[in-house]
Design a protein around this ligand. Structure first.
Ligand code: PEP
Length: 256
């Protein structure tokens, strides 16, 4: 099965409105027709969502939130619900990012609650899974436990619409990504685990991308892993030139 490749830019707590507008203008101009061949998802901070969505107009670039509250209750000062992200125009939401786990103390059960809230609101989850610094050394053991917990109660149809980012905690904000062999082991395990639980059709449909210190110079080798359908970038995702180069390489390698 041919999967459409995917690229994601996670801006984290960066990018003013003016910088976001500039990014949209420069990235769209640089990416041009590449946008027909890949799903690009940009995840701005909450304050820039509306501006980015307005600036994108009818562009195929999709917009995702970076997180949601673990409840639909309205009395949650300082938080954002799945329904509010859907209302502003997001199609997707990132769930389970290591920084949310680290600083906001989300555990696997909280991520699972958020997965169901996102689905109920019509948002498509982009699920970040990877081994953490405190996990046992086996990638497979860590991923198995995490996948089991964060996807509890999901149907085959729901999983089929999700995307996954394989992101080992130690690779975030580091100087370079983990090795292609490491990425192949992690992404391969995720696809196999999904196949064992929901069958080959679901496993072959989901996009799995790698995230963690991605930069254009590493893209080709990371993309050589057959189970990797694209890349996610934090720091390089804020720079339209670097991100366009990452997108270009994804399209090139995945159409070979
Ligand atoms: C991230 O945290 O999702 C990420 C990939 O960040 P960076 O590319 O800056 O390591």
């Amino acid at each position: 099965m041919v999967r459409k490749p995917m690229a994601l830019a996670n801006w984290k707590m960066a990018m003013t409105i003016a910088e976001s507008w500039e990014w949209v203008r420069d990235f769209r101009a640089a990416a041009g027709d590449l946008l027909n061949e890949i799903d690009v998802v940009v995840c701005p901070p909450y304050t820039a969502l509306w501006a980015v969505i307005q600036a994108l107009g009818d562009s195929p670039i999709q917009v995702g939130g970076q997180n949601i509250a673990p409840t639909a209750e309205l009395s949650r000062t300082g938080e954002i619900s799945a329904a509010l992200l859907a209302d502003v125009g997001c199609q997707r939401v990132m769930l389970g990012h290591w920084e949310v786990r680290r600083y906001l103390h989300d555990d696997d059960e909280t991520v699972n609650r958020k997965v169901h809230l996102a689905l109920e609101a019509g948002l498509s989850p982009i699920l970040l899974v990877g081994e953490g610094r405190d996990d046992p050394p086996s990638i497979e053991t860590a991923l198995e436990k995490r996948l089991e917990a964060v996807l509890a109660g999901c149907t085959a149809e729901q999983v089929m619409g999700m995307a996954f980012i394989y992101e080992p905690e130690a690779a975030i904000g580091a100087t370079k990504p983990v090795t292609p062999d490491h990425v192949a082991a992690g992404s391969g395990f995720i696809r196999k685990w999904v196949q064992d639980h929901w069958g080959a059709n679901v496993a072959n449909s989901i996009r799995i991308i790698y995230g963690g210190s991605v930069a254009p110079e590493y893209a080709h080798d990371l993309l050589s892993c057959p189970d990797v359908d694209g890349l996610g970038a934090g720091r390089r995702g804020r720079d339209p030139e670097s991100f366009t180069e990452i997108v270009r390489q994804i399209v090139r390698v995945k159409s070979e």
